[in-house]
Each structure stands twice: as C-alpha cells, then as structure tokens.
Design a protein around this ligand. Sequence first.
Ligand code: LHQ
Length: 259
Amino acid sequence: MTVLVEKHAGYRQITLNRPDRLNALNTAMHGGLMGALNEAEADPECRALLLTGAGRGFCAGQDLADVAVTADGPPDLNAVLERYNTLVRKLRSIPLPVVCAVNGVAAGAGANLALACDIVLAGKSASFIQAFSRIGLIPDCGGTWFLPRLVGAARARALAILAQPLPAERAQEWGLIWQAVDDDQLMAEAHALAARLAGQATIGIALTKRAFDAAETNALDAQLDLERDLQDEAGHTPDYAEGVRAFIEKRAPNFTGRR
Ligand code: LHQ
C-alpha cells in the first residue's frame, strides 16, 4: 500500500508509504492519497487529519522515474499536474483541519503539498527543498502561490531558483511552517495537535479555512461581506451554542462538529 490510513479517536493519520523512494509520488500514491482524503471527508466521526511520511523522508515529490523523457518524447506532464492540482485543491477545501508532520526531507511537490496543509510541524532534522530548478522545472503544486505569501517575494524567489534546502528551524523562523520540534517529539506533538483539533468546533475551522483562502484574492470590502456570511453560518451551528453556553457556565465546551 503506497498510502496507509490509521483511524484514531476523532481523526485519521494518512502516511505516505514508499520509504525506499523517500515517498516519491507515483500514480498509485496519488490515487491512494485522494481516496484517503475523500473517505475521511465522508466520515462524520473524522474531524481532523494528520499527514506524514514513512521512513526517513516526508516526500521527495514526483517519482522522476515515471516522468523521464524517452525516445517517444516528453511525458504528458499536463495530465500529471492535473492530479497534483486536484490534490492541492482537496487539501485546501476539505472541511477539516489538516496537520502535516514533516518527518524528513520534503522536496519538490512534496514540499508544496506540505505547505497546502493547515498547520505544518517539522522535525528539526527535516528540510524543505524547492528541487524543481535542479531538473529544469518550475515550482508546482501551488509553490509559486504559497511561497511568496508565506515567506515574502525575495525569499520565495531565491528558494525556488537556488533550490537550497531550508532546514526546519529556519523554515519556522521565516514563517514557512508553524513549528520545528525535536525529531523524537514530532509524532507525539502531531498526534496531540490532531486530537486537540478533533475536539474543536469543526465547522468553524472549515469556514476559517475558506475565509483565509478567499482573502488571498478579495478586497477588504468583499472579505468583510464574506466574513459576515460565514460567521452567520458558524453562528447557526450547535457548536456555537455550546461554546457560548460553556463560557457562561465556566466549563470546557463539548463540541460535536455537527451541523
Ligand atoms: C527518488 C526520488 C524521486 C524517484 C529520491 N523520484 N526516486 C510534477 C509533475 C511532472 C513532472 C515532474 O515533477 C513534478 C513535481 C515534482 O515534484 S518535481 C521535483 C521532483 N523531486 C526531486 O527532484 C527531488 C529528487 N530527490 C532528491 O533530490 C534527493 O533524493 C533528496 C534531496 C530529496 C534526498 O537526498 P538523499 O537524502 O541523499 O536521498 P537519495 O537521493 O539517496 O534518495 C534515496 C532513494 O530515493 C534513492 O534511490 P536509491 O535506489 O539510490 O536508494 C533515490 O533515487 C530515490 N528518490 N527522490 N523524486
């Protein structure tokens, strides 16, 4: 199995599983990952996701053996990229918080899939490499969109053009990721975070994801209107009623994540 799914109370762990290839993505892994995301979304008990990689790497991007230029000419990169784009869109739009635990090197599309997640933790020995320029390509999987927004234009361009590894601690300093943690603590921290998110107000988090994504293209006026509409939606959830009740009663809320 190129993708493993483990069910935990309230959340699922999805593990990229081709450790001997540093979890480089092939067609089977694309299918496995999309399938795992769709199944998680359809499960009302699943209220958060944890994405990580098996072995010493997180993901080395596209499996280059599958996209080599042959005597027949270049491969159909259009079709390959459509699969990546579908994955990135799904990670952004899935109405669940997605934690990414970057357990080792994240290169090319692997780096940018991590950046598409909502909260990124990385082991201190992990690094992020925009490896594309080393093989004559451009950053894909949203890289040219995520990078300048996260770290600013100057750093984004240099990372993309130089393809230098960015160590996890520097990635945190630069705002590329949420937190770099000791390697031996990474999975414990990631599980604790996923479990905590699984107990939060799931619909409110899903609407928060939507608001932030829309803010990337909206002017303030349009964003204020959107916030009003999404807040109205959030305000009609049982979790809002419970959240306010719990505050007034000075107790912890018991959120269900249901509509
Ligand atoms: C790999 C890979 C890999 C196959 C390690 N493929 N085997 C989209 C659509 C269309 C076309 C192309 O691309 C894209 C998006 C992209 O993602 S493009 C960017 C693709 N990724 C890369 O260019 C990164 C390639 N990998 C590397 O540069 C290194 O492996 C890194 C820096 C990630 C790690 O280096 P090391 O820690 O020294 O490990 P290693 O290189 O020895 O890798 C371990 C094994 O994994 C090795 O196989 P072997 O049989 O020698 O043990 C590698 O060949 C294999 N591997 N990445 N992407």
